[in-house]
Design a protein around this ligand. Structure first.
Ligand SMILES: Cc1cc2nc3c(=O)[nH]c(=O)nc-3n(C[C@H](O)[C@H](O)[C@H](O)COP(=O)(O)O)c2cc1C
Length: 333
């Protein structure tokens, strides 16, 4: 979960018998190296490193201007200089530099969001001996991932917090809830399927397994974990009644992602024509976020959360992990 966790959560989950994940989409190479060293020192259990696999778009001056105009009133309101409106890539995809670093550490599992990296890069990851996972939001995407070398497919239902992983078709009407998507993906592919989206309790885990999942991926339910770096503003929102109302918004990055509805989502979106293509929207809204957060407000923050934030609670990640698998009869160490 990029933005709300580091190796600390990854290590705690892996040490408790789950497969902890390190989100790498927003890390520089130096940060990635430091995190991989922290994992090496913190666990001897399997872990996963996660990257985005989008193709960085060209910066489009006209679309950036449109984005600037939409956000200008907020810049004025918060006393920011709109002439200093930043632009650029908000996130880096998996690239040759990431591959080189991973070759040093040989992580056992590498997962991707938004498809898979270019074939030559994927080949390098496979040559390290890593198992490959990626998110599918439709049956078509699951079949594509299987045909292109994925060892495990994550069926990401519409309930999930954070970015939708869709990559073949951007029509949101094609997106399905977890329990509609999961059995269809299980039926269509012959690799193991991991269910994701809205699973936050032991009963939810058992239900996903009953529908054919080989494992589950849980995000939101860990967001108040002691080892998570979720900000105080984000934690407060997760614990408030506002967490009952999430929506898909493209305002924070340019791609639909699920978060708790806040002021900017209500006033400009939640889905809007103003932001440029993913991930070019992030730099422009970042100063508003920083300024508002410095005043204790989450009005311009991506308050990512899934539809089932009700099970979020403050506890150690080991306890959360053990409780999630408590209804399963066999738990692998
Ligand atoms: C705060 C947050 C950040 C996320 N960041 C990532 C990410 O960096 N990479 C990724 O593949 N998925 C990311 N996701 C999606 C999760 O991998 C997963 O699909 C989702 O959390 C499952 O649904 P749930 O939140 O209802 O448990 C994120 C989810 C959340 C809540």
């Amino acid at each position: 979960m990029a933005g709300v966790q580091t190796s600390a959560l990854c290590n705690a989950v892996s040490n408790a018998g789950g497969l902890g994940s390190l989100p790498c989409a927003m890390l520089t190479s130096e940060q990635l190296r430091a995190e991989l060293l922290a994992i090496k020192a913190g666990t001897n259990k399997p872990y996963n490193v996660n990257f985005f696999a989008h193709t960085p778009p060209e910066i489009d001056a006209a679309r950036n201007l449109k984005w600037k105009s939409a956000l200008a009133p907020y810049y004025h309101e918060l006393g920011l200089n709109v002439d200093e409106f930043p632009s650029g890539q908000g996130r880096t995809p998996f690239n040759a530099e990431s591959a080189e670093l991973l070759e040093e550490f040989k992580p056992p599992v590498v997962s991707f969001h938004f498809g898979l990296p270019r074939p030559e890069l994927l080949k390098r990851v496979k040559a390290m001996g890593a198992q490959i996972m990626s998110s599918a939001t439709t049956v078509e995407e699951a079949l594509w991932l299987q045909a292109n070398g994925c060892d495990f497919i994550i069926a990401q239902g519409l309930e999930a917090g954070g970015h939708r992983g869709h990559f073949l078709n951007h029509d949101l009407n094609l997106q399905m809830g977890t329990f509609a998507l999961l059995p269809q993906v299980v039926k269509a592919v012959n690799v193991p399927v991991i269910a994701a989206g809205g699973i936050a309790t032991a009963e939810g885990v058992a239900a996903a397994m009953a529908l054919g999942a080989s494992a589950v991926q849980v995000g939101t339910a860990y967001m108040l974990a002691d080892e998570c770096s979720t900000s105080a503003i984000h934690r407060k929102a997760l614990q408030s009644e506002a967490a009952r109302h999430t929506a898909l918004t493209n305002l924070f990055s340019g791609r639909p992602a699920r978060g708790i509805v806040n002021r900017v989502m209500r006033e400009l979106g939640p889905l809007s024509e103003f932001p440029p293509e993913f991930p070019l929207a992030t730099p422009g809204i970042a100063p508003l976020r920083a300024k508002a957060e410095s005043m204790g407000s989450g009005d311009f923050s991506p308050l990512w959360a899934g539809q089932n934030a009700s099970a979020c609670r403050e506890a150690g990640a080991a306890l959360i992990t053990r409780e999630l698998v408590s209804t399963l009869t066999t738990v692998r160490d």
